[in-house]
Design a protein around this ligand. Structure first.
Ligand code: FE2
Length: 332
C-alpha cells in the first residue's frame, strides 16, 4: 500500500446519501455520510470505504446543510465527534428532548454507548463533522423507535441483517429475511437520561484543551500537545484527557507554530492524522505528503515519520491512535 492510498483528501471524499434508515425522512434527507477508514456502521452496501485496513476503530464523517438532522440513535461502542466546521447541536434522549449542547469548530464530544444521540447543523453553511467509532466491528446502529415509523412512511424498511429494503423502488424483503424489530421500551430503558448540563461532562471545548509543552512530541520547539481522550499515559508523558475513560483508542490535539517540526520517530500502533486547520507536511520513510484542512492520513506502523508545519499559519491536527495507552514514540 503506497502513501497515496493512505491519504484521503477532503475534496476527494465520496459521500453516500442513502447510508441509513433515515435517509428519506424530511430533515435528514440531505445528509452525506462518509466511511474514511474501516467498515463503519452503514446499512447500505453501496457505501464507499476509502481505506479498508483495520485500525481497531473506524473513522467517518457527516456533512450536512443547515437544518439537516441526524436521527436519534445509539451504538455498541464509543462514538466521538470533532467539529471540523460550522456549528452543531447535539441532543440526548430517545426523542431528543433530554438535553442539548451547541458545539463549534474544534470542539469534541464523546458519546458512551448508553446515550441516545442525534445532531443538527445549526450554523449558516454546509458543515462537516469528523467521527471516530470504536472497534473494527462497531455492530449495528440502534435507532430510536420513531425513526422506524418515519422510514416506513417513506418506503424504507431496515432488515435484521442491517440492510435496507426500498419498497418505493419495488424491492420486497428477500425470502428468509425479516425486518429489524422496532426498538423496544426495554431497550430504550437501558439508556441514560442526560440533561443539557450533564452533556458538558462528555464534551471538551477547543478553548479548554490542556496544552502541554512537555509530552514526548511537544518537547520540540513550537509544538504543543493536548490529551483529549483516554487515561494518563506515562509512555507519551501525557496526563489523562478531559474525557479520560477507556475508548480503546486515544485522541490527541497537536499544535504547530509556523516552521515547527517533530523529528523522525517510529510508532507501533495505528496513527491517523486529521488536519483541522493549517498545513502539515508529513514525511514517511523519506517520502513527503502535504496535508491541508479536512485531510486524513494513516501512517504505516513502524515507519519513520516527521511532521512539519510548512504553512504560514498555526497548524492544528487531531491524532487518533489505537489502544488506551499507546507505546512511547521511538526517536531515530
Ligand atoms: Fe452515530
Amino acid at each position: 500500500m503506497n502513501l497515496q492510498e493512505r491519504l484521503v483528501r477532503y475534496r476527494d471524499l465520496r459521500p453516500c446519501l442513502t447510508a441509513f434508515i433515515d435517509t428519506r425522512s424530511p430533515g435528514s434527507d440531505k445528509k452525506e455520510n462518509f466511511t474514511i477508514i474501516g467498515p463503519g456502521v452503514s446499512e447500505n452496501p453501496d457505501q464507499y470505504v476509502h481505506i479498508e485496513l483495520p485500525h481497531g476503530f473506524n473513522i467517518g464523517g457527516a456533512r450536512q446543510p443547515p437544518g439537516c438532522l441526524n436521527s436519534q440513535h445509539s451504538h455498541l461502542t464509543n462514538e466521538v465527534f470533532v467539529v471540523h466546521s460550522g456549528k452543531w447541536a447535539f441532543r440526548s434522549g430517545v426523542d431528543a428532548s433530554d438535553g442539548e449542547i451547541i458545539l463549534s469548530e474544534g470542539d469534541v464530544i464523546s458519546l458512551p454507548t448508553d446515550i441516545f444521540r442525534g445532531f443538527e447543523n445549526v450554523g449558516e453553511d454546509k458543515a462537516f463533522l469528523y467521527a471516530v467509532l470504536g472497534r473494527d466491528d462497531p455492530g449495528r446502529v440502534l435507532w430510536a423507535p420513531q425513526v422506524f415509523d418515519l422510514a416506513r412512511d417513506f418506503g424504507l424498511v431496515l432488515m435484521e441483517d442491517g440492510s435496507l429494503v426500498d419498497t418505493r423502488e419495488g424491492e420486497i424483503p428477500p425470502e428468509g429475511k425479516s425486518p429489524m424489530p422496532r426498538t423496544t421500551p426495554e431497550q430504550v430503558a437501558q439508556h441514560q437520561v442526560v440533561s443539557s448540563k450533564q452533556m458538558n461532562g462528555i464534551v471538551i471545548r477547543r478553548n479548554d484543551f490542556r496544552w502541554s509543552g512537555a509530552s514526548a512530541l511537544s518537547r520540540f520547539d513550537g509544538i504543543e500537545e493536548a490529551a483529549l481522550l483516554g487515561p494518563a499515559n506515562e509512555a507519551e508523558a501525557l496526563p489523562g484527557g478531559h474525557l479520560g475513560w477507556s475508548h480503546e483508542f486515544v485522541l490527541r490535539a497537536l499544535r504547530f507554530t509556523h516552521g515547527a517540526s517533530v523529528p523522525a520517530h517510529r510508532r507501533w500502533e495505528e496513527e491517523v492524522i486529521f488536519v483541522q486547520s493549517g498545513h502539515l507536511c508529513v514525511s514517511v520513510n523519506g517520502e513527503t505528503l502535504e496535508l491541508g484542512p479536512g485531510d486524513t492520513f494513516t501512517t504505516p506502523i513502524g515507519s519513520s515519520r516527521t511532521f512539519t508545519n510548512t504553512g504560514a499559519a498555526t497548524c492544528l491536527a487531531y491524532i487518533t491512535r489505537r489502544n488506551d495507552q499507546p507505546e512511547a514514540p521511538e526517536f531515530l
